[in-house]
Design a protein around this ligand. Structure first.
Ligand code: SME
Length: 150
């Protein structure tokens, strides 16, 4: 992915002046232009009664029914509970997967420290290799730092 460093440089520059929510929207728009990045969105942690849940934040792509995800559900819940990136090459063979579109074949979910996560779907099987993973992890780090600075 030759575009990666230009894209990151642009986002890093923008992150200096944009509030976190606007940066998240920008990241969605930029990443959704990459080949195979068919749905890009943020889920943010929120306190609900005595437990935490994930709520859909900025996204680019088809509307999803999953606007609220408990931490024990989905690949989204698993990634934030474990505090680590989850890459699923074939969503249909992962029992944790919460379906959103019949077209989705693979997914990556990257936690943003204690704040939430970035979720990306692809219509292509095994779309998220080491380069894509590193790019999304850098974006998550940018958002984490922005959230903590404001
Ligand atoms: N596929 C995710 C749910 C979120 S949406 O489909 C956008 C999951 O398995 O947690």
């Amino acid at each position: 992915m030759a575009v990666t460093s230009d894209l990151l440089q642009a986002l890093e520059e923008e992150s200096k002046s944009l509030p976190a929510e606007a940066l998240m929207q920008r990241i969605c728009e930029k990443l959704a232009q990459l080949p195979h990045f068919n749905w890009v969105g943020f889920y943010m942690l929120a306190q609900e009664a005595c437990k935490k849940v994930l709520y859909l934040g900025p996204f680019v792509g088809a509307p999803t029914p999953h606007v609220r995800i408990p931490l024990h559900e989905g690949i989204c819940g698993a990634a934030v509970s474990q505090g680590q990136t989850i890459v699923v090459d074939d969503v249909n063979s992962d029992p944790r997967y919460l379906a959103c579109s019949l077209e989705t074949k693979s997914e990556i979910v990257v936690p943003i420290r204690v704040h939430g996560e970035i979720d990306i779907h692809s219509h292509t099987h095994a779309a998220f290799g080491p380069e894509e993973r590193a790019l999304v992890e850098r974006c998550a780090d940018l958002v984490g730092r922005r959230l903590e600075a404001q």
